[in-house]
Ligand binder design. Structure first.
Ligand code: NDP
Length: 245
């Protein structure tokens, strides 16, 4: 029997792309999914669709750059369900540009969402999991956590950071708590829409032609969750077969 059944799973950035696909798949496999993002009308629609299909879901407004917002989401989840089994730190942004464009605000946004957002997820959920003596963090990095390319220096830096934080966390809390890093290659989603640089957008459209569906990443996440409690799938890279990167 799948160990996804009846798990309480918090998903940040569930309003589109990989978060949305993962919410649908895990709910289909019997988890209760707690969805967080800023665009609540989308979450409301997704919740309704999941429940119509026989699944179980709820949603909350969430801004991962705000520690209190992430803490509130975790607190409400534990108050309602008595526990938290999986914290999926998925929310991310990718406004790519060359460093010489000096888009300092966008650098800060990537640091705030991609790094601080993950740290806030850990700060909110770790005490709960330590008290339960069980749980799993799944942090979404990228192939950009393993190699750097032009226009992606800051984005890759944030994803290298997520990889480092995840490995450090795994070493510190292993025993009761599992830590999994999932690193997608190009995947269908709205991620490239955060690119404000016109040249970068055009390049990315070309690069993204080989994208795999978001469900491919959702299946990798499900695989990591459904392993027995003493098996920690620490790192997974899922990329298009045609990807040179
Ligand atoms: P999407 O743009 O489709 O989804 C990103 C999600 O993050 C949205 O639900 C968005 O919701 C949410 N988000 C952004 N900022 C915040 C915030 N401040 N607070 C809460 N939620 C926020 O892209 P993906 O599905 O592709 O991205 C998911 C993860 O996958 C990211 O970490 C990304 O870096 C990673 N990734 C994606 C790849 C790809 O090719 N698609 C490749 C490698 C990694 P809202 O705007 O409603 O708040």
């Amino acid at each position: 029997m799948s160990t996804i059944q009846d798990k309480i799973v918090v998903i940040t950035g569930a309003s589109s792309g990989i978060g949305e696909a993962t919410a649908r798949l895990l709910a289909e496999r019997g988890a209760h999914v707690v969805l967080g993002a800023r665009r609540t009308e989308r979450l409301q629609r997704l919740c309704a669709e999941i429940e119509e299909a026989g699944g179980s879901a709820e949603y909350h407004a969430l801004d991962v750059t705000d520690l209190q917002s992430v803490q509130a989401l975790v607190e409400q989840t534990v108050a309602r369900h008595g526990r938290l089994d999986v914290m999926l730190n998925n929310a991310g942004v990718m406004p790519l540009s060359k460093l010489e464009a000096l888009k300092v605000q966008e650098w800060n946004q990537m640091i705030d969402v991609n790094i601080r957002g993950v740290l806030h997820g850990i700060a909110a959920a770790l005490p709960v999991m330590q008290q339960q003596r069980s749980g799993q963090f799944i942090n979404i990095a990228s192939i950009g956590a393993y190699a750097v390319s032009p226009t992606a220096a800051v984005y890759c830096a944030t994803k290298y950071a997520v990889r480092a934080i995840s490995e450090g966390l795994r070493q510190e809390v292993g025993g009761d708590i599992r830590v999994t890093l999932v690193s997608p290659g190009v995947t269908e989603s709205e991620l490239a829409e955060s690119i404000s640089d016109e040249g970068g957008r055009a390049e990315m459209r070309e690069f993204r032609k080989i994208s795999i569906p978001a469900e491919a990443i959702a299946r990798a996440i499900a695989y990591a969750i459904e392993q027995p409690a003493d098996v920690d799938v620490s790192e997974i890279i899922v990329r298009p077969t045609a990807s040179p990167f």
